[in-house]
Design a binder for this molecule. Sequence first.
Ligand code: PMP
Length: 445
Amino acid sequence: MSDAAEISAAERDHVFHSWSAQGSVNPLPIAGGEGCWFWDHDGNRYLDLASQLVNVNLGHQHPRVVAAIRDQAERLCTVAPQFGNETRSTLARLIVERAPGDLDAVFFTNGGTEAVEHAVRMARLHTGRHKVLSAYRSYHGATAGSITLTGDPRRWANEPGVPGVARFFGPHLYRSAFHATTEEEESDRALRHLAEVIQFEGPDTVAAVLLEPVVGTNGVLVPPPGYLAGVRELCDRHGILLISDEVMVGFGRVGEWFAVDAWDVTPDLITFAKGVNSGYVPLGGVVISRRIADTFTDRAYPGGLTYSGHPLACAAGVASIQVFEETDLLRRVRRLGSEVVEPALRELAERHPSVGHVRGRGLFWAVELVRDRDTREPLVPFNASGADAAPMNQLAAAMRANGVWPFVNMNRLHLAPPLVISEEELALGLKALDEALAVTDALVG
Ligand code: PMP
């Protein structure tokens, strides 16, 4: 048995894996990584086009971030949240300085799920209302509240979930729920639909609209012009708070500190995690408007976490933000997105009959696979598993055979490389995709 196979077998013995039938897990054991690459125990190297779970924004083992964690570890490894900590307050300041509008305070969590739970709790307490609206095409986390707020099928087995959640369809022109044919129509109709949902739920009962400004695992859906501003307006009209879930798209993924910056919209609360420190140590949080934070000036906020603002995680966050600034990373992401990835994917879409649609922004893109470009029938059925999902798994396997690791979800392949990826590495990844698409092209004739 190879070293990798032995470690994989040991995982199966005692590690209980996320989102998986335990009998069929066969994880690739990763031995190390550097920059955009990781390798297994047999020495096979992969270009990480998924940034693990769209979190390793600075690539693996960034020396500045590793050094910051080491320095902090030597000074103080842990501190309970009721104490002050310079590393934590420095990171909070760096975050609010980059947040839009009057977002002025940070509540730290250990990841994205907890950030969503706390943002919703704050919204409910601030408004005195109980309902939250979220999109069908969304993922917001895996705990009781956040999995109910999730719109995609990961919610089903966890139902009935918690009360007080209603759902709406967001814009998605390629698969429009509103039979729209232009971005403008899609935006208008999606807004009218949301207005109607609010009306039927009872505006005075709705605490918040929770949305991913660019939808992540549900398909990299970039909002049409006017949509986010329209949602902001609707919320204002009814005294509803807007929560922007930027766990996946904040901290550079789409070329902005916060994705809402691209549309000049200021939410009341922003959730973040992942890219804040590239996941070197678990960290997430909620950026809170001054108005909402002030709700809890005399009244206690009823919530907390032992590891809120963990110093090792915050040290990694401070160093990450410094690296972003010093390397002008956001500008780089915007340029690579619009000048390299977008033209390459559009060209590729023209040549490959199995590609129905490509879309994205910055270094966050989806390639949607179809059986038929005219009918747009997805290459695999909605929520396919097992044999039904085989065509997408074969596509991913063909890329892996060429040393490139993509992210696949339903009938989409997502490209979300570390933001530090070089143009040569990007070209390598795109070439592997181009070659692998022969597999799916063959299926659609
Ligand atoms: N919200 C969004 C938009 C996400 O993409 C994720 C994770 N993929 C979460 C929340 C949950 O974050 P975590 O897995 O860190 O708890």
